[in-house]
Design a protein around this ligand. Structure first.
Ligand code: PLP
Length: 385
């Protein structure tokens, strides 16, 4: 079996006319040869295509590559990371079910779990890391356990092995958002997770020119979610699927540079007098380092630094000349953001404290620029504090 870099480049299906780039099937529907040709219209993975909200060849091409990257049997793509998350959870759970989730999650996911899931009768219990490792004691009725690692934005690293072991003790399904790591640095399905989610808008897309989401897992589990994707309707567009396919060809190469540059920058910040704390899984001084070393094959391009206060965070973000102040991550450009003003602005003071977030924190998505240029840029901006 070819390795992942090879599988991310070569199309799993032959493209018409031996095209190298798999074409965009820019069509809303497909004609059947005759009325009997609709026999498979509701089947997951049917040979024929019928309607793009159900399935489309450009999507199936990229989904096959995404599945290979996460060591999964199959993948489904969505119009955004949030659509992948909400469709997966709504597809798995029903009124009366309980989901146990980590407190340290992307703000949009927290909002869905806090404000929307309960409207549909789904009970949500948010747990600290230690309680998640003993979910059987705290939420024995949980049907699903949901978490991220490294977490957004502080890059805390939770033990996948411990979460999976606890969930299995009560027969709960384990769903994990792997956006921050990317499939190059961490493969949760290998550690017993049932379903992996990605905001493909981030590293998988990598160029800030598409919005997409994906879920990966066994073919059997995805068959159920295929039905949910059809009715909720949040499928990826063929245009964005094409761009995502283009991006996957360089994913491994890009992640290697993200990993290298982030490690260098984190080590630099660790000795900087204006930086009070650095949260980067590759730094031995970061609490989650040992866990990260056990379950990650690379430490990623994301980090968080703590400065004195919100004003210091603003001065840094507004003073960068290369780094850009953007509520986004995983791009070729270095992007910084202040979580309390952006990704986590919808959290209450108590929720922020529960997730260990303070106003002086800056999330950094280290891009693909020259590493020394980035260090010089952060140094000149930090010198303004
Ligand atoms: C960890 C994580 N998961 C999910 C999402 C949602 O993804 P999207 O913006 O593609 O809907 C984000 C967005 O920032 C994220 O950071």
């Amino acid at each position: 079996m070819p390795r992942r870099a090879t599988r991310a480049i070569h199309n799993p299906f032959p493209a018409p006319d031996r095209a190298i780039a798999f074409p965009i099937y820019q069509t809303a529907a497909f004609a059947a040869p005759d009325s009997d040709g609709f026999a498979q219209i509701n089947d997951y993975g049917s040979e024929a295509f019928f309607y793009t909200r159900y399935d489309n060849p450009t999507l199936r091409n990229v989904e096959t590559k995404l599945a290979a990257l996460e060591h999964a049997e199959a993948a489904l793509t969505f119009a955004s990371g949030m659509t992948a998350i909400t469709t997966t959870l709504m597809g798995l759970l029903r009124a009366g079910d309980t989901i146990a989730a980590s407190r340290t999650l992307y703000g949009g996911t927290v909002t869905f779990l806090r404000d929307y899931a309960p409207r549909y009768g789904i009970h949500v219990k948010l747990l600290d890391e230690a309680d998640l490792y003993e979910v059987e004691k705290h939420v024995p009725q949980a049907k699903a356990v949901y978490f991220e690692t490294p977490t957004n934005p502080r890059c805390d690293c939770l033990s996948i092995r411990k979460v999976v072991a606890a969930a299995k003790r009560i027969g709960a399904l384990v769903v994990k958002d792997n956006t921050f790591a990317s499939p190059i640095n961490q493969n949760p399905l290998d550690l017993g997770v049932d379903l992996v989610l990605h905001s493909a808008t981030k590293y998988l897309g990598g160029h800030s020119d598409l919005t997409a989401g994906a879920v990966m897992g066994s073919r059997e589990r995805l068959a159920g979610l295929f039905g949910a994707r059809k009715v909720f309707g949040g499928i990826l567009s063929p245009n964005d699927a094409f761009l995502l396919d283009r991006s996957l060809k360089t994913l491994e190469l890009r992640m290697q540079q993200h990993n290298r540059s982030a490690q260098a920058l984190a080590e630099h910040f660790a000795h900087h007098p204006k930086v009070q704390a650095v949260y980067y899984p590759g730094l031995p001084s970061t609490p989650g380092h040992a866990v990260a070393a056990e379950q990650m094959t690379g430490f990623g391009g994301m980090m968080c630094i703590a400065l004195a206060d919100l004003q210091a965070a603003r001065t840094l973000c507004d003073g960068l000349k290369i780094g850009m102040n953007v509520a986004h991550l995983g791009s070729a450009e270095t992007l910084v953001s202040i979580p309390v003003l952006t990704s986590h602005s919808m959290l209450s003071a108590d929720e922020l404290a529960g997730a260990g977030l303070s106003a002086g924190m800056v999330r950094i998505s280290v891009g693909l620029e020259d590493t020394d240029d980035l260090i010089a840029d952060f140094d000149q901006a930090l010198s303004r504090l």
